[in-house]
Design a protein around this ligand. Structure first.
Ligand code: ATP
Length: 514
């Protein structure tokens, strides 16, 4: 029996807690909203995802290097970047439930519901007609055409209102779409207001305006302000990229959905500096490259789609999201943005320093254009863990919980068990752990029956279990059990390292990218 998406999502959250992946921050004080801590397994999974991204960017691209900029930056950075004036979300409150929402999210979710209706019609038609042409059906079926027209109207009005900064029209659109508050079920809305998402604090001991600094709301600006340092000291030739991972902070209005939207989160961003005029080809390159990276995780091709931005920032040439099908629907996972020379120009202007590139091929200087890829590490974590969790019914009716993580990202690569706690079996198992732990995180477990130990590792997502039995003492072979198929094979002790290298190393994933 399949669970309702909201129940499945609750299971994901409780599984994360039960198996040491994610805890609510400061839980003993009843938690802090939209802030989470990663536990003993979570920290490993997160590190492996980050490493995979880093290696795919920096190690596989000769023209990309990394940096680690500070979270605190000179306050003028955020004036130049536009965050002080325009890093706002439009918020709206429901007067009955007193709940606060992002106006744009309410509208997007309303559109998604209409899209669902279209998809249901399409599915019905697929079952009904033998030779089914979806495009033809969409353009001729009255109900689908009506839904599609509705979506287009809403999108056009919304886009025009946002571009004009017309918040009254955004509210009117919410009223016209008859959107109700999911809690109170009423349409008793306040006006729409803008809300700045940056957290501020004071440096030094005096609290004056001039001492106000911000917790960075994105990592990208640390890259822009270091553009010249890296270009010169690394003797980088355009096109080249600078990658960075690190914490970012946003005072999100609507902070629900677990680690999908947090107030403190981690980003992995790469700014690619290109010659003006070549930005379109690089935008296409990074769009494809990033989708390929996501697909390599094996979570299912159908779970990803591109979503082109309706509202482009005035400086942007193009922007799209890679969306993922989370348990609560398709949502943004990563953004790919063609940002022109906006950021470097702004920093030139505000700092008075030249941020140019001398192109020896053309013998002239210019401010490079930028194509950015920006993905949230926590969102990636959620996409991976929520598609990995499954409940299986085995022959005989027994059930098992499996966290089918991509093996190369799993926190623990192998559990090593002595079949029983005597006869020299624990000693051999410990020796295997000692050999493997130089390369991989492996654990030793001798508690409970071996079947129970397998189940424990299945739920943590450990791809392999190695069991030492009496035969091992005689012929130096062990049982290697694979998590997903539960198949057991006997292998030589001397082959263990090679097998793990083939199956669970980051190298095995990186290989799929080239
Ligand atoms: P959203 O529309 O969901 O608020 P955004 O468009 O503001 O996201 P960007 O500024 O493009 O997001 O940030 C790049 C990436 O950082 C996003 O694709 C997302 O993966 C991640 N991210 C942004 N905000 C958060 C957050 N509050 N919590 C977790 N991850 C986030």
């Amino acid at each position: 029996m399949s669970l309702k998406p909201e129940d499945f999502f609750k299971n994901v959250i409780s599984h994360c807690k039960e198996y040491g992946y994610i805890f609510q921050s400061s839980e003993i004080y009843d938690g802090l909203s939209a802030v989470y801590d990663y536990g003993q397994n979570g920290v490993e999974l997160k590190k492996n995802i980050r490493d995979y991204w880093w290696k795919a960017m920096v190690q596989l691209h000769e023209n990309i290097v990394g940096i680690d900029a500070a979270i605190f930056m000179h306050p003028t950075t955020w004036k130049a970047s536009g965050h002080v004036d325009a890093f706002n979300d439009p918020l709206i409150d429901n007067k009955d439930s007193k709940k606060r929402y992002r106006a744009d999210v309410l509208i997007e979710e309303h559109v998604a519901k209409i899209e669902d209706k279209i998809n249901k019609e399409v599915e019905k038609a697929k079952k009904r007609f033998e030779s089914f042409d979806e495009a033809m059906f969409r353009s001729t079926n009255g109900r689908v055409v009506e839904y599609q027209t509705k979506i287009n109207d809403i999108n056009n009005r919304f886009k025009a209102a946002l571009n004009a900064g017309n918040l009254e029209e955004v509210k009117q659109l919410i009223i016209d779409c008859e959107i109700v508050c999911p809690i109170s079920g009423t349409r008793n809305w306040t006006d729409v207001r803008q809300f700045n998402l940056m957290f501020s604090t004071q440096v030094g001991s005096v609290s004056e305006d001039s001492n106000t600094i911000y917790l960075r709301p994105e990592t990208a600006q640390g890259i822009f302000v270091n553009y010249s340092n890296v270009q010169k000291t690394g003797r980088m030739k355009i096109p080249f990229g600078i990658a960075q991972t690190g914490k970012a902070f946003r005072n999100e209005i609507v902070a629900r959905q677990f680690i999908f939207r947090m107030r403190e989160f981690e980003q992995m961003e790469m700014q690619f500096f290109v010659k003006p005029g070549t930005e379109n080809e690089w935008y296409d390159y990074w769009k494809n490259n990033r989708l390929k990276w996501h697909l390599s995780l094996g979570l299912g091709d159908k779970n990803y789609r591109y979503h082109d931005h309706l509202k482009l920032a005035h400086y942007a040439k193009a922007a799209c999201d890679i969306e993922f099908q989370f348990p609560f629907g398709f949502k943004e996972l990563e953004g790919i943005h063609s940002r022109s020379d906006f950021d470097l120009m702004q920093h030139e202007q505000f700092s008075g320093k030249k941020l140019q590139y001398f192109d020896t091929d053309d013998n002239k200087s210019y401010v490079p254009y930028v194509v950015e890829t920006s993905v949230g590490l926590d969102r990636l974590f959620l996409s991976i863990i929520s598609s990995a969790l499954r409940e299986e019914t085995l022959e005989g009716g027994e059930t098992r919980t499996v966290l089918g993580l991509p093996p190369a990202l799993a926190p623990i690569k192998a559990g090593v068990f002595p079949l029983i706690k005597r006869d020299g079996l624990p000693e051999l198992a410990e020796k295997i752990v000692a050999d493997l732990k130089l390369d991989y995180l492996v654990i030793y477990d001798e508690k409970d029956a071996v079947g129970k130990r397998y189940r424990r590792q299945d739920a943590i997502g450990t791809p392999y279990c190695i069991t030492v039995d009496h035969q091992s003492l005689e012929d130096h072979t062990v049982t290697l059990r694979e998590r997903d198929s539960m198949q057991q094979v006997r292998v030589n002790l001397t082959d263990l390292n090679r097998i793990l290298d083939e199956k669970v190393s980051l190298k095995s994933l990186l290989r799929t990218l080239i």
